[in-house]
Design a protein around this ligand. Structure first.
Ligand SMILES: *Cc1c(COP(=O)(O)O)cnc(C)c1O
Length: 406
């Protein structure tokens, strides 16, 4: 048996298709965001990060850093156990209370990450509902897809954001059959908004539960940063809201917020909630402070939105193709995996602009892109310089004929 060849072949396949993932080693220093250092061997060069999900720079916010330091000094580094066995700190209990208030729900439960929150909650929810069919948007995140797969539940995939297609599928089922509709408020790779209003209408008409991933929206939208549902006043129309503490809130962890019964049931049955070490109390305290901070401060959100508008204007002026959605995510379309990686390399090597290429399977083949997330701390000069650099990189890779791997 040659196991080694098997692994090598799997890697070579990815390399041949131009979708082998190279991880850039980055060193971020507190107070310098969006500047950072790119490390190659022992060399270090200064770069500007344009693809961070630390959307508002909260991971380097002075007050949040201080909260983390003070909390660690006070509570130590680890939680020391699962939620059930000695890990249920006051800090995590308070974080869950804060999250429930944020989303105007009765209860919230915290997981190790947004990924775990989705996979664990969805698979558990579907198992509890038993005779159930789940309706899932075709562009849902991998964590949602895996949660559904793990449950083994019957599933229907509806065309992206197409509530007519959703209705077409849902009306084939008897009214008494359990139904769950799962979708997102902002889709991470296209940056478009989920059609919450119309999907909620279908859910009400056919008596389905609604599960909404607000990962890219929490901290970013709504009066208190509670997401798109807050902005649209639809928090009470969604049964389960899922979010992360790892993106705009600048820390780590994931959660769902919902009714007393749903949270209690998932807490009691979800393996990924039960059999894992609880979040460190210092992290829970820091995440709580970050949520409170963004509840009261709008300036980061406003600046972020201003800079997004400026970047889009600049790209339009230079005729650089991007998906012009209304969110904070700006996907610049390259539509070829190798060219996409090459443009990213040119930006990084020649100009010090870091944008990770996004290739299949994260996005469909032929829609490879550079996903830009301008933040409140990018300057107008940086945005202008990025646009010119992008133009140069596009031109430089223009006359090379790439192989179509689709
Ligand atoms: C990032 C992401 C997640 C996972 O959240 P983490 O906290 O990073 O694990 C879930 N859903 C969507 C849509 C995401 O983009």
């Amino acid at each position: 048996m040659n196991y080694s060849d098997k692994f090598k072949a799997s890697i070579n396949k990815l390399k041949f298709e131009g979708r082998y993932r190279y991880f850039n080693e980055i060193e971020r220093c507190a107070g310098q965001h969006p500047n950072a250092y790119w490390k190659v061997n022992s060399k270090s060069s200064e770069i500007i990060v344009w693809c961070s999900n630390d959307y508002l720079g909260m991971s380097q916010n002075d007050l949040i850093i201080k909260s983390m330091i003070d909390s660690v000094k006070c509570m130590g580094t680890g939680s020391g156990g699962t939620r059930n066995i000695s890990g249920n700190s006051s800090a995590i209990v308070n974080l869950e209370k804060e999250l429930a208030i944020l989303h105007n729900k009765k209860k919230a439960i915290v997981f190790s990450s947004g990924y775990v929150a989705n996979e664990s909650s969805i698979s558990t929810l579907l198992n509890i509902l038993d005779d159930v069919v789940v309706f899932s948007d075709e562009k849902n995140h991998a964590s949602i897809i895996n949660g559904i797969k793990k449950s083994g539940a019957q599933k229907e995939i509806f065309r992206h954001n197409d509530y007519n297609h959703l209705e077409e599928l849902i009306k084939r089922y008897p009214i008494e059959k359990h139904k769950v509709i799962i979708f997102e408020s902002i889709y991470s790779m296209d940056g478009d908004f989920g059609d919450i209003k119309n999907i909620v209408k279908i859910a009400n008409k056919y008596k389905a539960l609604t599960y909404l991933d607000e990962v890219h929206a929490v901290g970013m939208y709504g009066q208190t940063g509670a997401g798109v549902t807050e902005k649209m006043n639809l928090q009470n129309s969604i049964d389960i809201i899922q979010g992360t503490l790892g993106k705009a809130y600048g820390t780590m962890g994931g959660y769902i917020s919902s009714s007393e019964e749903i949270c209690d049931a998932i807490r009691s049955y979800a393996s990924g909630f039960i059999f894992t070490t609880a979040m460190p109390p210092a992290l829970a305290k820091t995440a709580t402070e970050s949520i409170k901070y963004l509840k009261n401060s709008d300036s980061e959100r406003k600046l972020q939105q201003r800079n997004t508008a400026i970047l889009k204007k600049s790209l339009l002026k230079e005729n650089i193709d991007f998906l012009n959605n209304n969110s904070h995510i700006v996907p610049v379309m390259v539509n070829d995996p190798i060219r996409c990686s090459e443009i990213s390399n040119i930006l990084l090597n020649e100009f010090g602009h870091y944008i990770q290429p996004i290739n299949y399977p994260t996005v469909p083949k032929g829609t490879e892109r550079l996903r830009i997330t301008p933040g409140p701390l990018h300057t107008d000069e940086m945005i202008y310089d990025l646009t010119i650099s992008l133009k140069h990189a596009f031109n430089k890779t223009n006359n090379i004929v790439y192989k179509n791997y689709a």
